[in-house]
Design a protein around this ligand. Structure first.
Ligand code: BGC
Length: 785
């Protein structure tokens, strides 16, 4: 080609290239993803680019997490970011739409590839199936997406890895809290981590940190009882052991503080019903368990589904930002409870539509929506951004937190579950933890004339609804939300009957037909006869398992059939032992007063039958104390830390006191408290500390453990003070005649102060009383703040 022609064509090409370049620039400006326009900068890679290269900074585990987050965030499109803020239920990605672990590949692909959903939750099945199920999900996230962001999978492993067939079912929290032993809560955390980490369950919606002060509330059994200090102590111990468990390496775990805040005391007792709780009370009683878990480093938090003081908590900036972030300094991921953005429309009537509710929730401070069954949240979020109602900067704040969680858990490096250690699930070692926990958690509430332990030669009649059942011991959240039916309960598990049979001599244990509760039936008539032949009658009473609103009740009196069975047993004149198996106290005051012995087992888990049998025959000396107040009658239920004036006009006392008090629990030995002494009787100011000491002696005949509970009373307060409140706990083991000194170091700022309605710390000079066991003593704080 002649030179001039070449030149002409080169100029022509240049013109075309320039034209193309300007066109591209123009198109880019118009069609940039919204967040790029908003931020005025490009994502570091285009959506079509294959960024699945190990060299990218965010994939480099040697870089700081902050650098990795910023690098990844800079590469993400708006859609990818919103997807990270979305969590769906397993039932939306299984073949039959249940929690059964058969992955629907078409659905999971669409949710991950099309909608970029970053988290899933729930499911139930065998350990191997779990590994396959979550591996299937992660493979799509890691290898088929542009950026390879791992999924985080959430579970309600609230009493062990309780949605896995082979796992050990630990006691539920209410039972466990009666041990007053944080070491057991830590063990529960450790075992839960070990039995769930390898399955891909890295995010656990536990522990519940709501204080269990309303016995009508159907989730009482999920709490660590009514006391804020005890809830914080047990919750923080669980959290630390769960999140820091080294035995699950290379995996790491995240716990979830739930349900923030004021969930557990709905005014009329029903689940998710409105709570009306003064701010001061929130700060003094409801916030401390959460604060303790924050201090323990808990990584995530779930919001209360209900409404507090007229505002749905999911839409409350006052609660989720001013209180949670600004005052309480929580920095982790805030997750909604199930479908709760939509509940602002359907349940609370606080938003006209889902769009308004979403905007309100995001403005309040939600990071992730447990949308569960649909992806409306995603479309709505995109619309809200395009309408400039939500900024990309706001979205980035939440996505940063979610990515931080994923990076901290090492999910980018270890996204896949593993079958290598599945033999650790349901191991004998873990069962022993469940057994020890149950032994220390079952409360002997009364034991007239040393009716227990059972005499070895006694003929024992065992009956009631839970005598030969596994489901009732394990409670709800066991393989199924409401507790799996008997035939799906752990195969090797003992019932109370099978466990007790092993302990008593051949032929001395009779099991009453559970149909005996049908008063007038042949089984009932047979029961009457059996009572005559028995030396001691042991009856299980209580409620069958329930979850959440399924347990709503207007009446927590013992049901009439169970009452009649107990009455029949009492009429026989034989000693009667009652074992309460239920999620909350049932009311049976008159019967309790006639019974010889009463035990509270709650839902003691898989080893509950064995632990109960050991206690009944005296192989285990009970050491638990009640972690809540047992109402004497319906209608007036009062926590032990109520105010002085609550008692002012109550006479005679015994009609008004609880049937069983917080901290009540008997032993087969006696513990004597003596020599309560103080390092000083006056504390000069908030900087000085006072050391209290007490001697505890086992003055009985058998070895045992004693929970030493330190209560404080602030005698006068400008804001009325609780009659007494727990401030410290020790659990000691003593052989007969052995004694020990137990100490409590009183720090005014920590133990004597209280918050006002704005959460400011008040510390007032005056007299305080220490109560431990039978000992009490006063001291004075000379100067407050
Ligand atoms: C409960 C939560 C639970 C969530 C996920 C909700 O109904 O309130 O406690 O974590 O479901 O299963």
């Amino acid at each position: 080609m002649p030179t001039f022609i070449k030149l002409k064509s080169a100029i022509g090409n240049l013109k075309i290239s320039l034209l193309l370049m300007s066109l591209t620039l123009l198109l880019n400006t118009f069609f940039q993803p919204a967040e790029v326009q908003a931020q005025g900068r490009k994502p570091k890679s285009r959506p079509t680019e294959n960024t699945n290269s190990a060299e990218l900074p965010y994939k480099n585990a040697k870089l700081s997490i902050n650098n990795r987050i910023e690098d990844l965030l800079g590469r993400m499109t708006l859609d990818e970011k919103i997807g990270e803020m979305t969590q769906l239920c397993a039932s939306s990605i299984t073949l039959d739409g249940t929690k059964k672990l058969d992955l629907n590949l078409e659905k999971i692909r669409s949710y991950i590839l099309q909608y970029h959903v970053g988290s899933f939750l729930s499911g139930t099945g065998k350990a191997e199936r779990w590994v396959d199920f979550i591996t299937g999900i992660q493979k799509i996230a890691m290898t088929e997406t542009r950026l390879g962001i791992p999924i985080i999978f959430g579970m309600d492993n609230v009493h062990g890895s309780n949605y896995t067939d082979e796992a050990i079912m630990l006691p539920h929290n209410l039972t466990l809290s009666c041990s007053f032993n944080p070491v057991l809560a830590a063990e529960a955390g450790r075992v839960t981590a070990i039995e769930s980490a390898d399955l891909g369950h890295h995010w656990n919606f536990a522990p519940v940190l709501d204080i269990g002060k309303n016995p009508y509330w159907p989730r009482l059994y999920e709490t660590f009882g009514e006391d804020p200090y005890l809830c914080g102590l047990m919750g923080a111990s669980f959290t630390k052991a769960f999140q820091e468990c080294k035995e699950v390496a290379p995996y790491k775990m995240a716990a979830c503080a739930k349900h923030f805040i004021g969930y557990s005391d709905p005014k009329y007792g029903w689940d998710r019903a409105p709570s009306e709780i003064p701010d001061q009370t929130i700060h003094e009683f409801f916030a401390p368990p959460f604060q303790a878990a924050f201090k323990a480093g808990i990584k995530t938090l779930m919001v209360n589904s209900g409404e507090l003081n007229g505002e749905p908590v999911h839409g409350s900036r006052k609660i989720l930002t001013d209180l949670l972030r600004n005052k309480m300094k929580f920095e982790g991921v805030v997750l909604t409870d199930i479908k709760d953005i939509m509940k602002m429309v359907e349940m609370h009537g606080a938003a006209h539509n889902e769009e308004e509710a979403t905007l309100r929730a995001i403005n309040a401070g939600i990071d992730m929506s447990m949308a569960c069954s649909d992806v409306n949240f995603i479309a709505i979020m995109k619309k809200l951004v395009s309408e400039k109602k939500i900024t990309v900067a706001r979205i980035d704040t939440s996505v940063r937190r979610i990515l931080k969680l994923k990076f901290e858990l090492g999910l980018f490096e270890n996204p896949y579950p593993s079958k290598a250690r599945l033999n650790k699930i349901g191991s004998e070692e873990n069962y022993q933890v469940a057994l020890e926990a149950a032994r220390e958690s079952i409360v002997l509430l009364q034991n007239k004339n040393s009716a227990l332990p059972l005499k070895t030669q006694s003929k024992v009649l065992l009956g009631g609804f839970a005598a030969n059942s596994k489901r009732n011991l394990n409670g709800a959240w066991t393989l199924e939300w409401l507790g799996a039916p008997e035939d799906r309960q752990p195969a090797q598990m003992k019932t109370l009957f099978s466990a007790l049979k092993e302990k008593l001599s051949e032929g001395s244990l009779t099991l009453a037909d559970s149909a005996a509760e049908n008063i007038g039936s042949p089984a009932y008539e047979a029961f009457k006869q059996q009572c005559q032949k028995a030396d001691h009658i042991v009856l299980t009473i209580g409620e069958i398992p329930y979850s959440e609103f399924k347990g709503n009740a207007v009446d927590i009196n013992l049901n009439p059939n169970q009452r009649k069975l107990v009455e029949t047993a009492l009429e026989s004149g034989k000693p009667v032992t009652l074992i309460v198996i239920s999620g909350r106290p049932v009311l049976f005051t008159d019967l309790a007063r006639k019974a010889s012995a009463v035990l509270f087992a709650g839902h003691p888990g898989q080893a509950g039958g064995e632990a109960l049998a050991e206690i009944l025959v005296g192989e285990t000396n009970p050491s638990a104390k009640l972690s809540f107040s047992w109402p004497v009658a319906s209608g007036h239920t009062v926590p032990y830390y109520t105010k002085k004036s609550e008692y002012h006009h109550r006479k005679p006392w015994e009609d008004f006191l609880p049937l069983y008090s917080f901290g009540q629990g008997e032993s087969y030995t006696q513990f004597t408290y003596s020599n309560l002494s103080f390092s000083d009787t006056v504390l000069a100011n908030h900087k000085t500390k006072l050391r209290a000491k007490v001697t505890v002696t086992n003055t009985g005949k058998v070895a045992g453990k004693e929970a030493v509970l330190w209560f404080l009373t602030d005698e006068v307060g400008t804001l009325t003070r609780p009659v007494k409140i727990l401030k410290s706990v020790d659990k000691v083991y003593l052989k007969p005649n052995e004694k020990t000194t137990v100490e409590f170091l009183i720090d005014p700022l920590q133990h004597l102060s209280f918050p006002d309605a704005e959460a400011n710390k008040l510390l007032e000079a005056g007299f305080f009383k220490v109560q431990v066991g039978t000992e009490t003593k006063r001291f004075r704080l000379a100067k407050g703040l």
